[in-house]
Write a protein that binds this ligand. Structure first.
Ligand SMILES: [Zn+2]
Length: 277
């Protein structure tokens, strides 16, 4: 029995002499593992189509332990990602985070859409070499003065927060997570483990290690969680606080950072091969 679905390849691992197991986020079936028969043999035609971050149309044959990739057609290779190491490392991080956060079989079509859109947003970011530089002494406004690695990482923060929400970790932004009292004020406390804001009393009594964040950050977070993902200009202080919230929630719920570095190494091995495809 076979079935068709679109999916994005998150990673793979080798098994046996010629086989590979692919972890794929599919549109209809959530995160699945599929194996490809003889894919590492030199004459295999499948291997060029089965690369991390590729968006493909798959036909799977049902199997006992893993479903087998029977046919694959690449719909988007995201060539812009492979041409720019910074974009590639962001895309790798995003894929690794999906792999970390999603359990196999969870049917989250919204996460698939979020991943696909985020890869497109990263693809279409201006490449660092192409950004116009302003002449010395001329100020082009706040966006030009932001440090590198700041605003450029914004999409990763937005993605992390939206992924947490879509996987059931939506932060509570209005009521104290301990006593349920409505929380107001310009500076608020955020408890990453309990997943939301704290009132002043509960902060003092129960959670002195909570993060201090501004009400503007909470407002921004609320609008991020309700709007589709897109590049978003925001003050650097807000971006930094959102990044701290996202990292703290991921650490609190999943106990680790995605193994993006290891994944990066496996991708780097593929780069020479990619150039020939
Ligand atoms: Zn409270």
């Amino acid at each position: 029995m076979t079935y068709n679905t679109e999916g994005i390849i998150l990673k793979y691992r080798d098994i046996g002499e010629h086989e590979r197991i692919y972890t794929i986020l599919t549109r209809e079936h959530g995160k699945i593992e599929g194996w490809a028969q003889g894919v590492r043999k030199s004459q295999s035609k499948l291997v060029a189509h089965l690369q991390p971050l590729y968006f493909c149309d798959f036909m799977f044959a049902r199997g006992k332990r893993f479903d087998r990739v029977a046919q694959v057609k690449v719909l988007n290779r995201f060539p812009e990602l492979w041409a720019d190491l910074e974009k590639l490392s962001k895309a790798v991080y995003v894929a690794a985070l999906v792999d970390l956060v999603l359990r196999p079989g969870t049917r989250e079509g919204t996460v698939f859409n979020l991943l696909q859109t985020t890869l497109q947003v990263i693809s279409s970011e201006p490449s660092p070499g192409l950004q116009p530089s302003s002449p010395e002494g001329v100020e082009d406004g706040p966006s030009e003065r932001r440090p590198r690695g700041g605003q450029g990482e914004g999409i990763l923060t937005l993605f992390s927060l939206k992924l947490l929400k879509e996987s059931g970790f939506s932060p509570e932004l209005h009521y104290c997570v301990l006593c349920k009292k409505e929380v107001q004020g310009l500076s608020l406390s955020f408890d990453a483990i309990r997943g939301g804001v704290l009132c002043t009393d509960c902060f003092i009594k129960a959670s002195p290690e909570a993060l201090q964040i501004s009400s503007l950050t909470i407002e921004t977070l609320e609008s991020i969680l309700t709007a589709p993902i897109a590049r978003l200009e925001m003050p650097e202080a807000v971006r930094r606080e959102l990044s701290i919230i996202a990292d703290a929630m991921i650490a609190a719920h999943f106990g680790e950072e995605p193994k993006a570095r290891n994944f990066m190494v496996s991708l780097a091995d593929e780069l020479p091969q990619m150039a020939r495809v």
